[in-house]
Each structure stands twice: as C-alpha cells, then as structure tokens.
Design a protein around this ligand. Structure first.
Ligand code: TYD
Length: 203
C-alpha cells in the first residue's frame, strides 16, 4: 500500500504535460497502480463542467463554485477511492489553481475560497505538489508556439504574474507539501529536478 496524491501546478505554458507523462511512466515501471487525472475534470460530471468553465464567460464566484462542484465529484468518485485502495494519484492541477487563478488572478475573496476548500475537501490535500514556476513572459512565448488559447490563456502578462504570485503564496503557506520546480530550464533539467524530489521522498 503506497497511497500517494501528487498534483502538478503552474501558469499556462509552464510545461507540465511532458513531465506528468514521464512521472506516470516512472511510477508504472516501479509497479505502482496509477490514476492519472486532471482538474477541472476527472469524472463525467466534472468534465462537463470543465467545458463550461473554460469556454463560457462568468463571474469569479461562479467560476469558483463550478470548479469546487467538479472537485467534490472528482474526490468522491475517483481520488478518495483510489487512495483508499493504496493507489498513486497524479492530478494535473488541483485547489492551488483555484487560489492562484480565481483568488489572485481574478480577485476572488480568499476567505470564501478557504471555506469552500474546507467543505469540499474535508482536510484532504495532495501529499506533494510540484509547482512549475517560470516568468509569465516565458510561459506566454511557449504557449504562442504550442496551441490556440482558451479563455484563461487569453489573459495578459499581469494576470499571469498575479497567478504566479498566488502559487508562491500557497507554497509559502505549505512548504512541506510544495516542491518548486524551476520550469525555465530545459526538459532534461526539469526532469532531473523532479527525480531529485522523488528520491528525497523515497518514491
Ligand atoms: P490546463 O491544465 O492548463 O488545461 P490545458 O493543458 O488543456 O490547457 O487547465 C485549464 C485552465 O483552467 C488553466 O488556464 C487554469 C484554469 N483553472 C482555473 O482557473 N481554476 C482552477 O481551479 C483550475 C483547476 C484550473
């Protein structure tokens, strides 16, 4: 039994996807049963909410309520059962993204977000959060090279610097849970940083 809950975080364009796939492969090779999931999303209901969340305009509180509704379904149906069965859960974004994007990015009241977090998660947090940190400007040029933008990715550099500051604040408040990854480095160097974090935990 080696239940582990690992989240990946960072501003859009930080380069999480490559390393999520790589870490999943590393765990599978070592015989772990893996659940690879994401937020917003991870269940049929939460994926339906994700579509609305990413593509319809709404105010900050509506965004937060939708994302936490999806998160509740995801926790109840997928994450908690997997952890109870001793599995490893890798989640592309979790609640730190809500504090960073809706809280710091959009100015949503952090106390309200904290209350929702408490109701929805009942104390559940990732065991480890890999925070991919890099300047907003570098992330923007990576995004421009990679794909068409959704409505969050269309925001300006100031927005993404606020989101980045939000992640920094969450990391400072939970230093044991967070590992900051310098995402400005090359793919190989980022992979080496992640391996070092895993080895330090005996994973
Ligand atoms: P992302 O993982 O970047 O999806 P993709 O790789 O397909 O672009 O997540 C989608 C967007 O949702 C991203 O811009 C961040 C945003 N988001 C929030 O604003 N709040 C949240 O709580 C979460 C989980 C994501």
């Amino acid at each position: 039994m080696s239940a582990r809950f690992i989240s990946f975080e960072g501003i859009d364009g930080a380069g999480k996807s490559t390393h999520i796939a790589r870490l999943a492969e590393r765990f599978s090779q070592r015989g772990a049963t893996l659940v690879n999931t994401r937020e917003p999303g991870g269940t049929e209901l939460a994926e339906a909410l994700r579509g609305l969340f990413l593509h319809s305009g709404m105010d900050g509180l509506t965004e937060a309520l939708l994302v936490f509704a999806g998160r509740r379904d995801h926790l109840v149906r997928v994450i908690e059962p997997a952890l109870a069965a001793g599995q490893t859960v890798i989640c592309d974004r979790f609640t730190d993204a809500t504090f960073a994007y809706q809280g710091f990015g959009r100015g949503m009241d952090l106390t309200v977000l904290g209350t929702l977090e408490q109701w929805v998660q009942q104390g559940r947090q990732p065991d480890l959060t890999l925070w991919f940190d890099l300047p907003a400007e570098m992330a923007a040029s990576r995004r421009a090279a990679a794909r068409a933008a959704d409505r969050f990715e269309q925001q300006d550099l100031d927005f993404f610097e606020r989101v980045r500051a939000g992640y920094a604040a969450r990391a400072a408040a939970a230093p044991q849970r967070f590992a900051r990854i310098d995402a400005a480095q090359s793919i190989e160097q980022v992979a080496a940083q992640i391996d070092a974090v895993m080895e330090a935990r005996g994973w």
